[in-house]
Design a protein. Structure first.
Length: 138
């Protein structure tokens, strides 16, 4: 009878977290929760009006953020989004070591890329997440 229970346990579907699911995005102003895992702030500038306690980040990797020139050029203008993605992806090629570090952490545990932008659809963290996912898969 014990073997039957053991076999039933083995055949039970397990909750699987794919590598893609190990990277999530969250605005810095949203409350941190345990499910966020390892929280990395990926902005060059600290989010306005946010204390370090409320940000609850494990690491601040400002060097991986878009260059000041690219950030100013983009200005969160959705009309420039396609070109911004292309330019920032190109910048990230020169920061492969930082991309690899995030990919390594994400291969072991959930990572939340924390950003300050109001626009949740057109921001650098989305581009970075896509680059890190490609690094993990290739």
């Amino acid at each position: 009878m014990r073997d039957d229970r053991h076999r039933a346990h083995q055949n039970r579907p397990r909750s699987v977290v794919t590598k893609r699911d190990r990277i999530q995005l969250k605005r810095a102003y949203e409350p941190a929760v345990r499910a966020d895992g390892y929280r990395i702030l990926v902005d060059r500038l600290w989010p306005r009006g946010l204390s370090k306690e409320k940000a609850a980040v494990d690491e601040w990797v400002k060097e991986i953020a878009p260059s000041a020139e690219l950030r100013r050029w983009f200005g969160h203008d959705a009309g420039k989004w396609r070109e911004f993605r292309r330019r920032y992806t190109r910048e990230l090629r020169s920061r492969k070591d930082l991309v690899s570090q995030i990919a390594t952490i994400a291969s072991r545990r959930r990572v939340t890329l924390v950003y300050g932008a109001r626009d949740t659809v057109h921001n650098d963290a989305l581009v970075l997440a896509a680059v890190v996912r490609r690094r993990m898969n290739g």
